[in-house]
Design a protein around this ligand. Sequence first.
Ligand code: ATP
Ligand code: MG
Length: 221
Amino acid sequence: MITLKNIVKIYNIKKPNEFEALHGVSAEIKDGEMVAVIGKSGAGKSTLLHILACIDSYQSGEYTLDGTLVKDLSENQYAKIRNEKLGMVMQDFALIDDFTVIENVMIPLDFSKKKVKNKKEKALSALRAAGIAELAKKPCNKLSGGQKQRVAIARAIVNEPAIILADEPTGALDNKTSEEILNLFKELNKQGSTIIIVTHDLKVAQQCNRIIEISDGKIIN
Ligand SMILES: Nc1ncnc2c1ncn2[C@@H]1O[C@H](COP(=O)(O)OP(=O)(O)OP(=O)(O)O)[C@@H](O)[C@H]1O
Ligand SMILES: [Mg+2]
């Protein structure tokens, strides 16, 4: 369960380019929900997702994840939450270019505090789910945009996280592939994962249980 209370995010604090990107965002996302986050470019969607994914901090308010207040934790505690509970598909994919596809997908397993057996098998099964098992040994710098997007998705789901956060996960994909990926998210949701998808695509948003609309750093709907 995710609870956000009055989250304020300010970039570049006390610098000339200081910028408040979120002005007090409150929301609740229950376990097992599939939520779309929509809004214009620059509205604050990625900012919000990064806070939810514990890869960025916020200046005031409270973010509680399964009863834990996510604020001022140690780097170790953040890393543990990220690794065990969250899977994130970054808008720019954030792959390691000179690693192969399967090496990228295995990263969360390598970072796991728990001992993971059959890492390769797990990574392959995530790649199969993302429809790119045949690319396992290819270096990531030789992939197309859509293929990279699927690698990022495979890496986000490989640890079977309770919460999957995806920033425009179908942005680089054609309609048919986009539908396949959405079906994968729906299937993971059926199996119990909470899914939060940032999207420009209304067709994608409409297939979620709920739509959160952000405008200028505020939830308006
Ligand atoms: N690291 C940063 N430093 C300063 N300002 C930032 C930073 N990241 C984002 N911003 C600003 O915060 C605002 C929200 O950005 P954000 O990336 O969250 O928008 P978005 O809704 O994801 O847009 P898009 O649909 O284009 O991806 C924008 O005005 C952006 O310029
Ligand atoms: Mg964005």
